[in-house]
Design a protein around this ligand. Sequence first.
Ligand SMILES: Cc1cc2nc3c(=O)[nH]c(=O)nc-3n(C[C@H](O)[C@H](O)[C@H](O)COP(=O)(O)OP(=O)(O)OC[C@H]3O[C@@H](n4cnc5c(N)ncnc54)[C@H](O)[C@@H]3O)c2cc1C
Length: 405
Amino acid sequence: MDFRFSPEDEALRQEAIDFTKKEWDPKGYGDGEGIYYGLSWDHENEDLESLINEFEKKLVAKGWWTMHWPEEFGGKDAGIETQMAYREGMAYAGAPESLGGGLVAPVLMVAGQQWQKDYFLPKMASAEISYVSQGFSEPDSGSDLASLKTRAVKQGDNYVINGQKIWSTYRADWMHILTRTDPDAPKHRGITYLLMPLKDEKGDYLPGITVNAIPDALGRHRWDEIFLEDVKVPANNIIGEENRGWYAAMTTLSFERSNIQGPAMLLRILDQFIDYCRKIGRLGEQPLDNPVVRNQLANLRLEIETMRTLSFRVGWMQSKGDIPVKEASMTKFWGDQITQKVYLYLSQVLREYGNLLPTNKLKVPLPVNGFLNSNAFLSRTISVAGGTTEVQKNIIAQRGLGLPR
Ligand SMILES: Cc1cc2nc3c(=O)[nH]c(=O)nc-3n(C[C@H](O)[C@H](O)[C@H](O)COP(=O)(O)OP(=O)(O)OC[C@H]3O[C@@H](n4cnc5c(N)ncnc54)[C@H](O)[C@@H]3O)c2cc1C
C-alpha cells in the first residue's frame, strides 16, 4: 500500500483547500475562519441552508459535485483515491458536504426505474435537490433494521403506508423509505423500497403525514420523527422489485465509505486549538506550556493519524474492488472513539473557556468559536448513529477475529 496520493490527486487536494477558503463563507455560522463544523445545525436556519446550497452550486460549476458519478450519468468516474484526496482537502478546509447525490443517487443508478433516473439524477447533479429524507430507522428497528414494521399494502395503483420512521430530517420534498410488504416472509425478503413525496405543490405535508422535531442537546432542531397514516404512494414509485427492497438499499455499500473527512476535520480542529492557545496567551495558565497537555496533544495527533490510516485502508480495498466489512467497522469504531475524545479533551483543557458555546456572545474570542463544547456534546451521538459501538465490535469479533456468534 502506498500512503501517498498521486501528484494529480495531491494537487486536487490542495486545490480543494484553496477553493474552499476562497469560495465558502458560512458567515456568522462558522468559526470565524470559514469553518463550519456540521455536528450540530438547525434545520430551521434557512439562511445557513441557502449558504450551503450556494456553495454546492459552485461545486457543480467547478465539475466537482458529481465527480464520483459514472460518466453515463454526467459524472467523471473519479477513482476512490481521487475522491478521498478531494474529500480530505474539503473537510480540512471546513466545507460542508462536497459530493452530491447522497445515498439515493447510487441506488437509483443501480436499481432505479428510467423515470426515476430521468427525474431525480439531473436535479441532484445540479444541486437543485441536495437532500432526500431517509426513511430507514424506526423506534424499534435500528441495529436490527431488517425487522422494520412500517407497513405498505398495495391497493390499486398505490401503496398505502402506515407506520413511523425516526432519526432523519423529514423536511425534504421526497423521502426514500423501506416498508414491510410481506409480513410472512423472512425479514430481509419482505421489504419494499419506495420513493415517497412528502409535500404538495404549496410545500404542505401530504394527508396522513405528521412530522415532529427532535432537538439536539443544544436545543437546535436537528432530527425529526415522522408518522404515516394511510399515506398513498403511487406503486410506480417502487425502486427495484417488490419485496426485494433490502437488497436495492444495500447497493450503496460499494460506494466510497472511508470516512476520510473525519480525521481531516479533527486535524484542523487540533491545529485551530493550538493557534487559539497561542493567540489568547495566558488563561490563568497557558495550556501549551503544560507538559501533560503537550503530551496528550501529541497522543491525540497520533490517534487521529491512526484513524486516517484506517480510512486509507478502506479506500485502498475499495479501489481494488474489495468490499471492506470488518475494516469499515474498525474505521467507524476508532473514529467515533477518537472524535469524542478530541472534543472532550480540548474543551476540558480550556476549563471554563471550554464550556463556551457558539451562541455565547463575549468580548474575548471563543475557542474554535464555541464549537469545541458543542461538538463535545453532539459527538456523543456518533457512536449510535450509523451503527452502534457494540454492533461494530460484533462485526470485528466475528468477521475479523473469527470468534463465535
Ligand atoms: C443521533 C442519531 C442520528 C441517527 N441518524 C440516522 C439516520 O440518519 N438514518 C437512519 O436511518 N437512522 C439514524 N439513526 C438511528 C441509528 O442507526 C440507530 O439508533 C442505531 O442503529 C441503534 O438502533 P436503536 O436505536 O434501535 O437501538 P437498539 O438497536 O435497540 O440498541 C440498543 C442497545 O443494544 C445494543 N445492541 C443492539 N444489538 C446488539 C447486538 N446484536 N449485540 C450487542 N449489543 C447490541 C446497542 O449497541 C445499543 O447499546 C440515528 C440515531 C441517532 C441517535
